[in-house]
Design a protein around this ligand. Structure first.
Ligand code: 0O2
Length: 202
């Protein structure tokens, strides 16, 4: 049986609703300004295996309450933007969404992780008409949102792949090179934003 028990269809519903909302906001902004607010969105429900592994790692029982109440990333949405400014624009939109509360917010863009990782992380609590794992109606479901530029996302994908190659020589050199790449990409993001602003003001 799935760790999410009978709540699994509800997770898909909440994930789809939020994506639909973001897509319609993008359409509206595109009609107004001619610019998209993001390049693409991806979303996933954390797999049963991966959620069980996380419960074990955090010494939590492997059940729906741990997966949906103690942990907050069963539903994940990643929003990839062309420019850093767009991330902060979407953030303001999310802040004002009815029925959505930001319960945690980490700006790994202004405060990059020591390895160079950059992204803006949010944990949302989304109100729904149906029951949640605590037996409450209206129910509340957590959603982890990651907002990144294309450059930040490329780096994170490559770094994630490389993490699985444990037996590499020169670990320290590789980590230092990855950090250097992350910092160079961050500098490019700033330059690209400056170019866009120059084009907009000309
Ligand atoms: P997936 O499949 O992407 O969800 P924890 O989840 O306990 O390990 P915590 O404190 O809950 O960590 O959250 P944190 O550190 O903010 O990271 C959560 C997610 O951010 C990760 O999810 C990654 O997607 C991404 N992330 C954070 N740090 C890094 C990093 O250094 N490199 C890369 N590539 N991604 C990072 P998961 O759990 O890895 O899996």
């Amino acid at each position: 049986m799935s760790i999410y028990e009978a709540f699994e269809p509800k997770l898909n519903y909440v994930m789809d609703q939020l994506q639909t909302e973001l897509r319609s906001y993008d359409r509206m902004r595109f009609e107004e300004t001619g610019d998209h607010i993001y390049e693409h969105i991806s979303a996933r429900i954390k797999t049963d295996e991966s959620m069980r592994e996380k419960c074990r790692r955090k010494n939590l029982p492997e059940n729906a309450h741990s997966a949906l109440h103690e942990l907050q990333d069963a539903i994940g949405i990643r929003i990839i933007c062309a420019f850093r400014d767009d991330i902060y624009g979407i953030l303001e939109h999310i802040r004002n969404l009815p029925g959505v509360t930001i319960v945690e917010e980490i700006d790994y863009i202004r405060h990059a992780k020591p390895n160079g990782y950059r992204s803006y992380h949010l944990i949302l609590s989304v109100e729904t008409a149906f029951e949640d794992v605590e037996g409450k109606t209206p129910g509340h479901y957590f959603v982890e949102v990651q907002l990144r530029t294309i450059a930040m996302d490329s780096w994170a994908s490559l770094e994630h792949k490389m993490k699985y190659k444990k037996d590499v020589k020169n670990q320290a050199l590789i980590e230092a090179e990855l950090k250097r790449c992350a910092d160079e990409l961050a500098a490019c993001d700033v330059s690209l934003e400056t170019i866009r602003n120059l084009i907009r003001s000309s």
